[in-house]
Ligand binder design. Structure first.
Ligand code: ADA
Length: 559
């Protein structure tokens, strides 16, 4: 794989090394016991007898190593290993990583011998109570090396991370570029932005540098997703990316993109496929976005864990805004410091990976967690961490309603820029009265995104509007929800649950049979249910009602 491929460098974030004494070398299996499996793939999708396997699996292969120039470094980049990975080279333990959906690197320099080397990776998807997520999820527990694994050959000194964005508070007139090198050396990097900035010096002290340039790029927006080619060089190394420039902010109960008040017309989506499981490829991502665009979306919630990095890169290209999140899902062990560290690592790795993606506007730090003291301090710390690592985006979480008062009353709201709210009126709550009361009782003072509502429907099953699991019932829920939500001025967006039916062992009624059927499209990703057209009509009307885009309007005027 091309070591300069976009996005690979930012993944230089393995967890703290686990003491080697904690790991034992893999058993030497008899060669006849090995089976060939492709990477990337979820093992669950490779053989029927592996479908429900949970536990450890050993991957092994021989790496033929030809030493390069003196000082060259070799790094193993693992796109994702669900859930935990332990890496061994020639029987020696080199590193481990937790978290099913974020990338990590293990340096092999100094451990590789000329000629044949044996790489062994144990991947373990066993669910445990101290992990993020915990044992219970409403999605399938896929396992394996399900994103690309690459061997990078890098110069002795290389560019480890870089960021390119509008400088905060610059009125769209300055661009900040930062760089971090592999080692704490002094020197000068060079940065160039196609059509905007000729190769220009970026001084580096102790391995880090940051410069602001007076530049007024054409701004990125869903209507006009302008991207610029960026190249950074230092010594023998260079990296390239395509970035968009935009500002996302909150003013009162409004969300502003480039100073313009926006409504987020969205839908939630899982990374799941009938045949590939969690391994989503370019074609799958583009299909997903084509369907979202057919709905009239300008926004997606990538639930409930970091999706494939190509998802954000392609959203940059096609003009869709994103909510990206970590799997702090339902009840996890909020009082456990190791659990917090696991969540914080996943958040840091996600932010490091996607910080140059204009499409990503929101970091989600949790989903439907009951409002307890332990959860409040856990999540407030995560929100503060997201802001510290990335002051250029907004922080949100999908909260629950207060069932005693029927109001938005989650204490976490004080720590969020945008309040996400999951509510299932018309489905888990048969009546919509609670939703009307909830909206009338709440004065959040911040923008709210209705991050989930919906209803299960079996494709082709027809009946009356209250006949559960029919397309007609799902359609009726959408009609009523959309009419009610339109009455609350602070509801600045929505991501109904969910674009496609998805696999989940949790749902085993006769109507579901291992699938959550709340998709607007069936699991074949082709057959649209009746509610699809209802949401598409609604979003078309919303878009028509919006004023035409004027990217440079300042926030005071647009309010
Ligand atoms: C929760 C959860 C989702 C989804 C939904 C449902 O709200 O956040 O992951 O599964 O339940 O379908 O009930």
């Amino acid at each position: 794989i091309d070591p300069h491929d976009e996005g690979l460098r930012q993944a230089w974030y393995a967890d703290e090394p686990v003491p080697a004494s904690e790991w034992t070398a893999p058993r030497d299996y008899d060669d006849g016991a090995w089976q060939t499996a492709p990477v990337p793939a979820c093992w669950n999708m490779l053989r029927p007898e592996w479908r429900h396997y949970e536990g450890g699996v050993w991957y092994t292969r021989t790496l033929d190593h030809t030493p390069g120039e003196a000082g060259e470094r070799t790094v193993l980049h693992i796109g994702a290993a669900a859930y935990e990975a332990r890496v061994f080279l020639n029987g020696q333990f080199l590193g481990a990583h937790r978290g099913a959906s974020t990338p990590f690197c293990i340096e092999l320099t100094g451990h590789l011998r000329p000629g044949a080397n044996r790489l062994q990776i144990q991947v373990d998807n066993a669910r445990r109570t101290d992990r993020v997520p915990m044992r219970h999820t409403d999605w399938f527990n896929y396992g394996g090396l399900y994103r690309s694994v690459a061997l990078l050959r890098l110069p002795a000194l290389f560019i480890r991370d870089f960021g390119v964005a509008l400088a905060p508070g610059s009125g769209f007139g300055r661009v900040a570029v930062d760089v971090t090198l592999s080692d704490p050396v002094d020197g000068t990097a060079t940065v160039a932005i196609d059509g905007l900035l000729p190769p220009s010096p970026l001084p580096v002290t102790a391995g880090r540098g940051r410069v602001e340039f007076d530049l007024a790029p054409e701004l990125w927006s869903p209507e006009s997703p302008r991207l610029y080619g960026v190249t950074l060089r230092f010594g023998d190394d260079s990296v390239a990316d395509r970035v968009g420039f935009r500002e996302i902010a909150v003013a009162g109960e409004h969300i502003l993109l480039n100073g313009r008040d926006i409504m987020l017309r969205g839908v939630s989506v899982h990374e799941d496929d009938l045949l590939l499981g969690k391994t989503s490829d370019e074609a799958d991502i583009r299909r997903r976005y084509a369907d979202a665009k057919a709905l009239g979306c300008n926004f997606l919630r990538l639930a409930h864990y970091p999706h494939n990095p190509r998802a954000a890169a392609i959203a940059d290209e096609v003009g869709l805004m994103l909510w990206s999140e970590i799997p702090v899902y339902w009840a996890i062990d909020f009082a456990n410091p190791d659990t917090y560290q696991d969540a914080a690592n996943q958040l840091a790795e996600l932010i490091a990976r996607d910080r140059n993606r204009a499409s990503t506007i929101l970091w989600g730090v949790g989903n439907e967690n009951a409002d307890t003291d332990a959860r409040l301090s856990f999540m407030a710390r995560l929100a503060a961490l997201a802001r510290k690592l990335d002051p250029t985006r907004l922080v949100t979480a999908a909260c629950l309603i207060d069932r005693e008062r029927f109001a938005i009353a989650d204490r976490l709201a004080d720590h969020l820029d945008v309040i996400g709210l999951n509510e299932y009126f018309g489905w888990y709550e048969p009546s919509f009265d609670g939703l009307r009361r909830l909206l009338a009782n709440s004065a959040p003072g911040k923008p709210v995104i209705i991050s989930e509502f919906g209803a299960d429907a079996v494709v082709g099953l027809r009946g009356g509007p209250r006949d559960l699991f029919t397309e007609d019932c799902q359609e009726a829920v959408y009609r009523e929800q959309l009419a009610i939500l339109a009455t609350a001025p602070y509801v600045r967006g929505m991501t109904p649950w969910v674009l496609y039916d998805f696999r989940t062992e949790r749902r085993q009624t006769a109507f579901q049979r291992g699938w959550n059927r709340k998709g607007l499209i069936a699991e074949d990703k082709t057959t649209r249910k009746r509610a699809f057209a209802v949401l598409a009509d609604h979003y078309r009307a919303m878009a028509d009602a919006e004023a035409p885009a004027s990217p440079h309007t300042d926030s005071a005027k647009s309010r």
